[in-house]
Design a binder for this molecule. Structure first.
Ligand code: ADP
Ligand code: MG
Length: 663
């Protein structure tokens, strides 16, 4: 069920600040989202105040419908006395703004405080043996009803100033009036619906919500006139939102000894107080309790001022206006409302909590790596004060193990280790896969020449058997030799491929190596008529690498380039060496047939060849790729079909390899 406060989906960022702040342990974490448990929530609004992500939303009424409703009927706005802290610069203009919104009358809730104050004085003097707890703060009342039912009889059986004022308006001005309360408190939204007092207040808005409504209706307070509230004007009830305000209003402290009166405000002090009261440790006659540090610190106040400046603002308003109150009129207003029903009851709404056995607790603690007392850091990162408290909440299904930061860090570290070993396994699996691919290729490639060998061998056999010395057998034998040679080539290349595992590093000059290679290749038939040009644009062309293996790479590249240009005009190979950061880049450009787009992805695949049977094995580029990767370099190409191809080989000048890779 959606309550007054709820979590906005996906806004919650797992800081657990609300859990730390919630006095009622009413927040449960599900999939990382801190959700409110409505049956446990006391609507104090601390979670709303503390959430930096505005992930806690306060249920609000549809403003358009609401304004239509008040404009149609006669509506009265009741403004809580802390309003001066919410509009510090222009609070005197607020009554005018509310009238502009459509309210017929705008009154101070503080007169309600004046109405109930004598009842407090009376209740305290009538029950000298009881400890009476003030009941004006709805969060305090909810807290007692849900978590300290034993203290319910101690709550003063008196309505809050809001209800008192609502009843006053209904009695004096008529039941048909729509009564809307504006204040700093979210819990008032629930109080208005309490069966004990329902039917008095029609809507409750926080000051923060009122600011939004004014904005939506383009009502800027600065554009309005100062104006006063409608009567009845309040007297000392105006100081209600300050610490000890109730006592001052009821003029109580004068009659009683200090020790018998306590003013307790602020969440942690309130919790401490109730724990003591529950165990009969306190004998005070009257305790004024507020869940916030005075209503001026309420969650709905929306003010950038600090606590003390807010207090000053409220005092400024009191001083400004209290002398204007005609005491005679005020007294007669009070007298005229002497029959007003201002009493109410409270009841236990105790919330029961699941029990977590010691055995379960130990298991849970162990599951978050807390095996001994020393493992319990009580760091509070989860939002709970102690590891034990956290584990109990896990047991009750209110918290998730991942909320424990030290545990999460351990888990992350484990996950990282797992990932690393999986990556290593993948690496060898990849190698195995390419070996598998290779084996399948070998079977296919060697089967073809072997088939030819067998065919021609049986032909030769038959010919020999028929004793036909001449005709064709010499040719057939040559085919057998050719095919057997092809098998030899494939096997030689495979051996090279297999040897790739290790590098014999040597410092040498790459430019010199390529120069020598070109010299050696020149007489090769494939290079007949091929112009070869080479230059470098590097300061230094020396590097550390496996010279023999690199020679194999460049041999493959140069042979492929020459073969790609076979039978074409303007055959030219250009070799350029450039320096890039800590690497040397060799570009080998030819003016050959180019590589069609559809083959681009297959060039480095073992056994991919477009050459005639007997000419290509399709292993050259696969081997080159393997060698360059072993050197922590890159190899790729750009090609224009029918115009030519450039292969790029990048090699780091110095490589750092793990021991296992060095020969
Ligand atoms: P092979 O040379 O035995 O065919 P390679 O692995 O060396 O095997 O090359 C694979 C294929 O890549 C060649 O068959 C050819 O189609 C293509 N290729 C490689 N280099 C070039 C190039 N410079 N120009 C055009 N095609 C090329
Ligand atoms: Mg080749």
């Amino acid at each position: 069920m959606e309550g007054v406060i709820s979590t906005k989906p996906d806004r919650c960022r797992r800081c657990y600040g609300c859990i730390r702040e919630c006095p009622a342990k009413a927040i449960r974490v599900v999939n990382g989202q801190a959700l409110i448990m409505q049956d446990r929530c006391i609507v104090c609004g601390h979670c709303v105040k503390v959430c930096s992500q505005q992930a806690k939303g306060v249920k609000s009424t549809n403003t358009l419908e609401f304004l239509e409703r008040i404009q149609q009927g006669t509506a009265v706005a009741l403004v809580a006395p802390s309003f001066a802290a919410s509009w510090p610069e222009n609070y005197r203009k607020l009554p005018a703004a509310l009238r502009k919104l459509g309210f017929s009358m705008v009154m101070e809730t503080a007169f309600g405080a004046d109405l109930i104050s004598p009842l407090y004085a009376e209740e305290i003097s009538n029950n000298p043996a009881e400890t009476i707890i003030s009941s004006s703060c709805p969060a305090v009342c909810h807290y007692i009803e849900k978590y300290y039912p034993k203290l319910v009889p101690n709550l003063a059986k008196i309505v809050s100033p809001m209800i008192a004022m609502g009843r006053y308006v209904k009695q004096v001005y008529g039941k048909e009036h729509i009564i809307v309360f504006f204040g700093p408190c979210i819990a008032k939204k629930v109080e208005g619906r309490d069966p004990q007092v329902e039917g008095v207040i029609d809507e409750v808005f926080t000051f923060a919500e009122l600011k939004n409504i004014l904005n939506e209706n383009a009502l800027n307070l600065d554009d309005l006139e100062d104006s006063n509230f409608d009567p009845p004007h309040a007297n000392l009830g105006k100081v209600y939102p300050l610490a000890g305000g109730l006592l001052k209003t009821a003029d109580i402290s004068i009659d009683l000894m200090e020790k018998e009166i306590l003013v307790v405000e602020g969440k942690s002090k309130v919790i401490e107080l109730f724990e003591e009261l529950k165990d009969n440790q306190i004998n005070a006659r009257f305790i004024d309790v507020l869940f916030c540090e005075g209503c001026i610190s309420g969650p709905g106040i929306d003010s950038s001022l600090n606590h003390y400046s807010r207090r000053e603002k409220v005092i400024e308003f009191v001083q400004d206006s209290i002398n204007l109150v005609d005491k005679k009129v005020w007294k007669s207003n009070l007298y005229n409302s002497r029959d007003l029903q201002l009493e109410r009851e409270f009841e236990s709404r105790q919330v029961y909590s699941e029990y977590v056995s010691d055995e379960d607790l130990t298991t849970i603690l162990a599951s978050i790596n807390k095996h001994t007392d020393r493992d319990r850091l009580n760091c509070g990162a989860c939002g709970y004060l102690t590891c034990k408290e956290f584990a109990i909440s896990v047991g009750k299904g209110l918290a998730e193990r991942q909320m424990c930061l030290p545990f999460l860090i351990d888990e992350l570290q484990n996950a990282y280790e797992d990932l690393r070993s999986t990556q290593e396994q993948l690496h060898s699996a990849e190698k195995l896969a390419s070996i598998g691919q290779l084996a399948a290729g070998i079977a296919h490639e060697i089967n073809n020449p072997l088939g030819t060998i067998m065919l021609y061998a049986s032909l030769v056999k038959r010919q020999v058997e028929r004793l036909e010395a001449a005709g064709g057998s010499g040719q057939d034998l040559q085919t057998i030799i050719n095919e057997a040679n092809r098998c030899k080539n494939i096997v030689a290349n495979l051996l090279n491929f297999a040897r790739q595992g290790k590098l014999s590093l040597l410092q040498f000059d790459l430019f010199d190596l390529l120069t020598q290679m070109i010299k050696k290749l020149k007489p090769h038939p494939a290079f007949a008529g091929v112009k070869v040009e080479m230059h470098h644009e590097a300061n230094d062309t020396s590097l550390e690498a496996d010279k023999d293996q690199l020679e194999q790479v460049f041999l493959n590249l140069l042979m492929n380039a020459a073969e790609a240009m076979e039978g074409r005009e303007n055959r030219k190979i250009t070799i350029v060496i450039e320096e890039q950061h800590e690497s040397l880049v060799v570009k080998v450009t030819d003016t050959g047939c180019g590589i069609p787009k559809e083959n681009a992805g297959k060039i480095f695949t073992p056994f991919f060849t477009t050459k005639k049977i007997g000419k290509g094995t399709g292993l050259g580029m696969a081997i080159a790729y393997g060698i360059i990767k072993m050197h922590k370099g890159d190899i790729n190409f750009e090609s224009q079909p029918e115009q030519g191809t450039t292969f790029f080989v990048r090699l780091p000048k110095v490589i750092t390899l793990s021991e296992s890779l060095i020969n």
